[in-house]
Design a protein around this ligand. Structure first.
Ligand code: DNO
Ligand code: MN
Length: 374
């Protein structure tokens, strides 16, 4: 297993590579070119510059005698253009054009030594929460999902809120400059079924997987978050059955999962440990984090330790350790601690401290269970 840490890039993240360097056990920086929109081709020079930044050391660090470096083998994410999910031209791009650009990006990432590319196949939105700074009993804050708020919300009302900045809520991928494209997308999804989505997904895989095999880049789909339909849009990577159906769309081992156990577990019926054991040989990358369910249907994100919430993070690490899992793992969203709630606000969920603590918990469990294996 290789432990990773998601990093948003120089000047785009409150966390620096030098901070991450001091977290024991992190080998891989999980990165992306965050200024690229879905459907855009990534330039080789930009890829190579980012990989060099991650795998190298600054002059200042070298002068201090620092030697520890990272690999840049995991990209999260190369986003899939909506035309691919819809199977038709939308936002001025045809799906074949978007697929051709995706293939070019995969080739270039493969040349740069990238081994795994994470993506999701959710219509319109990435993860959805109703409060990004929800207070927890210990004085920290975390991402929170309030069911009653989402049940009352329509996509139009959510976008209107974001446009007017009513709640200070900016969802990932919905920075103000993109809000205008929302109305076209919302209309495009009317009448699109789950079966349509699976068919469009298969078309995408058949086109891109040969390139993934040639360049030895594994694709790992991230489960829907939360793992059920929202606003009537069809989500197809939600349940265990959905994940199995997605994997069956293409037999190549280069088509697999970024199994995010926090997202998957947001449906209280889901069994995270069972999912790890069931899909082990197709898990290329895994996000291990914890959430806590409430009877209301709400959930909050909590610290990574199993006893803090509803997800059996220890059982998950036991399953990985028993299989001697060879893929990548990272902690996922953390709480915001200490100065992260005042002077040093990170991207919601992506502060330094709670993810560093989470890594130590996950590695502790991994080491103990590996030790038991002899
Ligand atoms: C939430 C995060 C996601 C993830 C994307 C992958 O659990 O891990 O935002 O990065 O869905 O495309
Ligand atoms: Mn995740």
């Amino acid at each position: 297993m290789k432990m990773g840490f998601r990093w948003y890039g120089e000047g785009n993240d409150t966390v620096t590579l030098d901070h991450v360097r001091q977290i024991p056990g992190v080998e891989t920086i999980v990165w992306s070119l965050h200024h690229k929109q879905a459907g855009e081709v990534w330039e080789q020079a930009e890829i190579d510059a980012e990989v060099a930044r991650i795998t190298g050391l600054s002059a200042a660090a070298r002068a201090q005698g620092v030697t520890r470096t990272f690999d840049a083998e995991v990209v999260e994410s190369v986003n899939v253009h909506e035309s691919i999910k819809l199977g038709r031209t939308v936002l001025g791009m045809s799906r074949d054009e978007a697929i051709a650009n995706y293939i070019t990006t995969i080739e270039r990432l493969g040349r740069a030594g990238v081994k795994v590319v994470c993506y999701n196949f959710m219509p319109v939105f990435d993860w959805l929460r109703t409060d990004l700074w929800h207070p927890l009993p210990d004085g920290s804050t975390a991402l929170y999902y309030e069911k009653a708020v989402v049940d009352k919300m329509s996509p139009e009302s959510l976008i209107a809120d974001m446009e007017a900045n009513t709640h200070g809520l900016t969802l990932p991928g919905w920075e103000p400059e993109r809000l205008a494209s929302f109305h076209e997308l919302n209309a495009a999804y009317v009448g699109v079924t789950h079966d349509d989505m699976y068919a469009n997904y298969q078309y995408f895989l058949e086109a891109v997987i040969p390139t993934c095999e040639e360049y030895d880049v594994k694709l790992g789909v991230h489960p829907d978050d939360p793992p059920f339909d929202v606003f009537g849009w069809p989500r197809v990577v939600s349940s265990k059955e959905g994940l199995a159906r997605v994997l069956d769309l293409h037999p190549s081992p280069h088509h697999g999962l970024t199994l995010c156990l926090g997202s998957f577990s947001a449906n209280p019926e889901h069994d995270a440990v069972d999912a790890v054991r069931t899909f082990m040989d197709r898990i290329h990358f895994s996000h291990v984090r914890n959430i806590k369910h409430f009877a209301s249907g709400d959930f909050t994100e909590v610290a990574h330790r199993a006893s803090e919430g509803s997800v059996d993070t220890t059982g998950i690490m036991k399953a990985y350790a028993e299989a001697n899992y060879q893929g990548y793992i990272r902690p996922d969203h953390g709480r915001h601690l200490w100065d992260e709630n005042t002077t040093n606000k990170p991207r919601p969920g992506y502060g330094l401290y709670d993810r560093a603590l989470g890594i130590q918990y996950l590695l502790g469990a991994w080491d103990a269970f590996r030790y038991q294996q002899g």
